[in-house]
Design a protein around this ligand. Structure first.
Ligand code: LMR
Length: 394
């Protein structure tokens, strides 16, 4: 039986991780996978996470199952963080999921259950796993223009022209903030135009938000999601706690589904629970409990927010330093977009060949589509990267 199996295509982000590990050069720089690193190249356990874990170890008296949707306190704390008072909670169903990827997967499965004809519109480019999961589930993918490789900003006219093709059978997938992989984001007036189109066409918006707090701040990064939530009848949101709580391996995500009417919420919730049951039964609890503990304890929450803000400002500082360094070395302002982008990533907008050249010549690893993880840099490696970019003729 197993001899029938064919090799699967390699995930380009994860493939890069192993290539980096095998590179013996001590000067190598990892700008691949989206993991935050401090100035010493360490992905730290955040202070509030450590404290919450200690508290859980002390106070937890049982590890019996929670519920198919996870602990309701987790969904409530996450809803407060992400949506605040932008929606009528009676219209909201939610399930805990194994990471943000689990939420994305369950969202697509829900779409498939709700409408076999649904196509999913995704930005070009988007996080590669969006396209991969949709392909695996046999859901048609429609790419909409998003990134202008000349300006390295959003091609908003192109995007709207392509989204105009969506029908009431379709889903439009949007990144809530800190677009992965480009780092280029819509402003709130552009979001409003997208919302008007969604309401006009009657299609279902889906927001993937994995970097709240990494862009302009916790509240600012939630603003677009809240605007959508308060303006549309139905909405899916896949949220991840991997990055902003630094709990990557704990697999902590949440899928929220907003129904048009409160009377539909129970059925929506039942479908979400059913999907969890079919795929893995109960969602993982530890990371969700850590997040809930932090968000419901004012002291821990304040400390978490302070540390997250330090991380955000650190990444912004690195962006500015890289843009400045590139301006000096290239004698032009064509890399100014790096300081304008937000979140963990910036897409250089160059060819895979030049990305490969930078890797071979300098041991600098970025994803083939020229996505750089800004958090993989530090004060010492910024000038090294800037020189490598200019030397490669990018
Ligand atoms: C990334 O985009 O690098 C992260 O979201 C990690 C992943 O799972 O791809």
């Amino acid at each position: 039986m197993l001899t029938n199996l064919k090799e699967q295509p390699k995930d380009k982000i994860l493939g890069l991780m192993s290539m980096y590990r095998e590179d013996p050069r001590p000067t190598k720089v990892d700008l691949g996978v989206g993991v935050y690193k401090d100035a010493n190249g360490v992905t730290p356990v955040m202070r509030a996470v450590k404290a919450a874990e200690r508290k859980i170890v002390e106070e937890q008296i049982s590890k019996a199952y929670t519920g198919l949707a996870g602990d309701p306190a987790y969904a409530e704390a996450m809803t407060d963080l992400l949506l605040a008072d932008s929606v009528d909670r009676a219209r909201l169903a939610a399930v805990a999921t194994p990471g943000g990827t689990g939420a994305v997967r369950q969202a697509f499965e829900l779409v498939k259950v709700a409408n076999r004809k649904a196509r999913v519109f995704v930005s070009d480019p988007t996080w590669p796993n969006h396209v991969s999961i949709l392909g695996y589930l046999g859901i048609e993918v429609v790419k909409y223009r998003y990134f202008d490789t000349a300006t390295r900003a959003v091609d908003f006219d192109g995007m709207m022209e392509d989204l105009a093709e969506a029908t009431s059978d379709d889903v439009i997938l949007l990144h809530g903030c800190c677009h992965n992989p480009t780092g280029a984001n819509l402003n709130l007036s552009q979001w409003q135009v997208v919302i008007d189109l969604i309401n006009d066409k009657g299609c279902l918006p889906m927001i993937d938000i994995a970097y709240q707090g990494f862009g302009d701040g916790l509240e600012e990064d939630a603003a677009a999601t809240r605007l959508v939530a308060s303006s549309v009848p139905e909405l899916l949101i896949a949220a991840s706690c991997s990055k902003n709580f630094g709990i990557y391996r704990e697999r902590t995500g949440l899928l929220m589904a907003l129904s048009a009417k409160a009377e539909s919420t129970a059925v929506t919730q039942g479908n979400l629970n059913h999907l969890n049951r079919q795929n893995f039964s109960f969602p993982p609890d530890h990371g969700a409990r850590v997040v809930t503990t932090i968000l419901t304890d004012p002291e821990l929450k304040a400390d978490w927010m302070a540390e997250l803000e330090e991380m955000r400002l650190g990444m912004l500082g690195l962006r500015q330093k890289l843009a400045d360094e590139l301006q000096t070395l290239s004698g032009s302002n064509r890399f100014g977009f790096i300081a304008e982008h937000r979140g963990m990533f910036s897409q250089l907008g160059t060819t895979p060949d030049l990305v490969e050249k930078v890797r071979v010549d300098n041991g600098i690893y970025m994803v083939g589509d020229s996505r750089m993880n800004i958090a993989g840099l530090n004060e010492q490696t910024v000038p090294v990267l800037a020189k490598a970019i200019v030397d490669a003729g990018i």
